[in-house]
Design a protein around this ligand. Structure first.
Ligand code: ARG
Length: 480
């Protein structure tokens, strides 16, 4: 059995078994025989790049209109090509288009169908173009849409976080460092931290969109073309800001996908941190929030359970998105200029990461919109961990003029006393505190309650409810 005839399992592509029909019609001039089955399978991208059909057809239409305008092809051929491309778009959208693995990718599937529909004129579409600038154009257009979709969804997530921030601007909870109770904060303030993170994520997406929005079309294989094409025209038609300046760079660059994946990896990381907090907050040790039925599952054996599966999956899927970035970085790192077929491997991680991010942001938005902060449990948790110790030290500095380092030391001794007694700072008798520092007065109790501690954090960006409400209003202006 030779390699050519050896039977391999059917590929996972859309059409099942590949249809081998001898030498390839696109380059059959020099090829007498068709590819081995394994060659066809390793070479084919139609199983995944069919998702580029709309971008591929838009790019071809822009190219065709430009060829007509430049008198490189005739009006009649141009009209036939444009009509055929529209018909193909309809077929694909209706589900009646037959994708063929033997035709390798979306570009050749569309072109072959165009030839079936309009005959010889189809062969003129590829004048002054290569699949190298074609695929670079298609994937750029697709990525640009993915960026816009993700950015809009992140805005929706910011909106529901802002609703929570507004509703819980006065809700006190322990703030943590090292996951150790540190100082009291408000739940609203904590929500606003994520609003800021997502704001930077949107900024990164906007930045990469700006850089990616240049047209590779017209770079042809790598060197440009001898035809008098108008790259400004095709760039404008496709909504690009300008043509890419260098034809070699145009076909070999995948920075736009890498930048999207890098920005996306940070989005995934942010979602994962929020998801992790939600998982913790739902657990019996915390009970800080309650999730809705719509975003939790029960257990098939333990009737009491309500599991935060959506949050866990968002945390888990971050691995896929970060993996997609690593995967494309590694594909690209050793490639000489310009195009290499390795670059066909850009699509699956790109598509998977974009889909995964979209789903995660949507699920997170639903989960946060439904989430209920348990004010009683949040308040109760502030009773542990001497959260107002810093306020005590600050009082010694402010009222007694003590250097902060000394105040820290005195407070440490008072905390140790409360710890030994098993009580809170505010439950210590004044006389016992005075044993450590004679200047302490009754007024000390005014800073030992969590409400007062929170209300006093009025510095810009601080957790005082007043500041939180202002920050919510400002964030609405900045982000919504
Ligand atoms: N399917 C290919 C890809 O995704 C299209 C470009 C192929 N170009 C070539 N000269 N073989 O990269």
């Amino acid at each position: 059995m030779n390699a050519k005839t050896q039977k391999l399992p059917a590929p996972g592509g859309p059409t099942g078994a590949p249809e081998s029909d001898g030498a390839n019609s696109m380059w059959g001039g020099r090829f007498a025989a068709g590819p081995a089955e394994a060659m066809e399978q390793i070479n084919a991208s139609i199983g995944f790049d069919r998702r580029l059909y709309a971008q591929d057809i838009a790019g071809s239409k822009a190219h065709c209109a430009m060829l007509v305008h430049q008198r490189i092809i005739s009006q009649e051929d141009g009209a036939a090509i444009l009509g055929g491309l529209d018909a193909i778009l309809k077929e694909i959208e209706a589900g009646s288009f037959v994708f063929k693995t033997s035709l390798e990718d979306i570009h050749m599937n569309v072109e072959a169908r165009l030839a079936e529909l309009i005959g010889d004129a189809a062969g003129r579409l590829h004048t002054a173009r290569s699949r190298n600038d074609q695929v670079a154009t298609d994937v750029r257009l697709w990525t640009r849409d993915a960026v816009d979709r993700l950015e809009a969804s992140l805005r929706d997530l910011q909106a529901v976080l802002l609703d929570q921030a507004e509703a819980e601007a006065d809700t006190v909870m322990p703030g943590y460092t090292h996951l150790q109770a540190a100082q009291p904060v408000t739940f609203g303030h904590h929500m606003l931290a994520y609003v800021e993170m997502l704001g930077r994520d949107r900024g990164r997406l906007q930045d990469c969109r700006r850089r990616m929005n240049e047209s590779p079309l017209g770079a042809a294989a790598l060197a440009g073309t001898s035809f008098d094409i108008d790259r400004d025209a095709t760039a404008a038609t496709l909504g690009f800001d300008r043509p890419m300046a260098n034809s070699i760079d145009a076909v070999s660059d995948r920075d736009y996908a890498l930048e999207f994946l890098a920005a996306g990896a940070i989005v995934a990381l942010h979602l994962s941190r929020l998801a992790e907090e939600i998982v913790l907050w739902c657990s019996a040790g915390f009970r800080f929030v309650t999730l809705s039925d719509a975003f939790t599952t029960g257990s098939s054996i333990m009737p009491q359970k309500r599991n935060p599966d959506a949050a866990e999956l968002i945390r888990g899927k971050a691995g896929r998105v970060i993996g997609a970035l690593a995967s494309l970085l590694i594909v690209m790192k050793g490639l000489p200029l310009s195009y290499g077929k390795d670059m066909q491997e850009d699509k699956e991680p790109l598509f998977d990461a974009a889909d995964t991010l979209q789903l995660c942001v949507t699920a997170m938005t639903g989960m946060i919109a439904d989430m209920k902060a348990n004010r009683t449990a949040l308040k109760a948790a502030t009773a542990h961990g001497f959260l107002t110790a810093t306020d005590l030290a600050d009082w010694l500095v402010r009222v007694l003029g003590m250097p902060f380092r000394q105040a820290h030391h005195v407070t440490g001794s008072i905390v140790k006393l409360a710890e030994d007694r098993g009580c809170g700072l505010e439950q210590l008798p004044l006389s016992e505190m005075q044993a450590f520092e004679a200047g302490i007065t009754e007024d000390i109790f005014s800073v030992l309650s969590v409400e007062n501690a929170v209300a006093s954090r009025l510095s810009s960006g601080g957790t005082a409810p007043e500041r939180v409400r202002e920050a919510v209003a400002a964030a609405k202006e900045r982000f919504l």
